[in-house]
Design a protein. Structure first.
Length: 347
């Protein structure tokens, strides 16, 4: 066996550890195709003869090996695609346009896939121009408005491109909206590539400061494993509200509150939300703290009698609902501030 083949063999991740996807939410044809592909790659990993795989799934050798390689490709989230790559239509590599955009002036945007990416390559300064205008790192003057609209940005981009010598017969000027929708999608994608800068420019410095869990100061130690340390805190909904509660007899009871809170328990290593409660109190009590911890340790039942909060109940939003192994999973360190509810005797 060659060195290259050995390396590929050693780097293979078993299918049991692949990121999964719930195929039940897709249309019947897509679900059947994806499940058939999943069966083929599992049989391929187990060493099943390719002739047998072809008879069982209808997929030939080249198709199965290609699917297996797609599943092992690293995704943007840092994990391999796994079973996600088996969904028909999933693109695991960015599209690169090679053909020129041929359009009559005023035509729609059909046939222009990849044109915006080519435009950025042709004019390297355009990417920096859009970034500085849409999500400026700093305000150049006090009265500058950081939240420029995409429509206004589009006008500036058009002016910039014309200043670079782009003609009316070239994309995007030869389309009806002059690349407005392509620019809008590109600006939306900036949230994921420049998250902190995007939030600061579009939502303010306070929102950027609250974007990450913690105080912004380096911790005493960095958790290297999940469930080493967790944080518990309450988010105040500082607005007068009327909460409607239905009692066991089917009677709706309106509860007016000047403010209320959402209790959250976070896992620090992967920033997982382990537990949540709705605290219908002006100030969180020790009961709210204990109920938040309980929701992280004990899976929320189909019928909730306490303040445990689960969207859709069986929709499984907490890790301990999705993975049975995490039911009752504890942690080594619980971080809390010195709030009254956190220093109560029961807590």
């Amino acid at each position: 066996m060659s060195t290259a083949v050995k390396a590929r063999h050693m780097l293979r991740i078993p299918t049991a550890a692949w990121p999964t996807v719930d195929f039940s939410g897709f249309d019947q044809d897509i679900r059947a195709d994806a499940e058939n592909r999943a069966l083929a790659v599992r049989l391929y990993e187990q060493g099943t003869p390719l002739d047998s795989i072809a008879r069982m799934t209808g997929l030939q050798r080249q198709q199965v090996s290609r699917l297996f390689a797609r599943c092992q490709t690293v995704a943007p989230d840092g994990k391999i695609y796994g079973y996600r790559a088996l969904v028909p239509g999933t693109r695991i590599k960015p599209y690169t346009r090679s053909a020129p955009v041929i359009h009559a002036r005023g035509d729609g945007s059909g046939g222009c896939a990849g044109a915006f990416t080519n435009l950025l390559k042709r004019y390297p300064g355009l990417e920096r121009f859009i970034l500085d205008e849409f999500i400026p790192a700093t305000l150049k003057r006090k009265e500058q408005h950081a939240r420029i609209t995409v429509a206004n940005l589009h006008g500036k981009v058009v002016t910039w491109l014309k200043g670079q010598g782009l003609t009316d017969n070239e994309w995007p000027f030869n389309t009806q909206n002059e690349g407005l929708e392509s620019l809008r999608r590109y600006c939306d994608a900036l949230l994921y590539t420049h998250e902190a800068r995007w939030i600061k420019a579009r939502a303010g410095a306070n929102a950027a400061m609250r974007n990450h869990i913690g105080r912004g100061a380096p911790p005493v130690f960095t958790p290297l494993r999940p469930f080493t340390a967790v944080q518990l805190d309450f988010h105040k909904v500082d607005a007068a509200s009327i909460i409607t509660i239905t009692n066991p007899y089917g009677v709706d009871i309106d509860v007016p509150l000047p403010r209320w809170h959402i209790g959250l328990l976070f896992e620090e290593r992967f920033e997982l939300i382990l537990g949540v409660v709705i605290a219908l109190e002006k100030t969180p009590s020790s009961d709210s703290v204990l109920e938040t911890l309980e929701s992280a340790l004990v899976p929320v039942a189909e019928e909730v009698t306490g303040c445990g909060f689960a969207i859709g109940m069986s929709g499984k939003i907490f890790p301990n609902q999705e993975l049975r192994e995490l039911r009752g999973q504890g942690f080594s360190i619980l971080r809390m501030d010195n709030g009254w509810s956190n220093t109560a005797i029961d807590v």
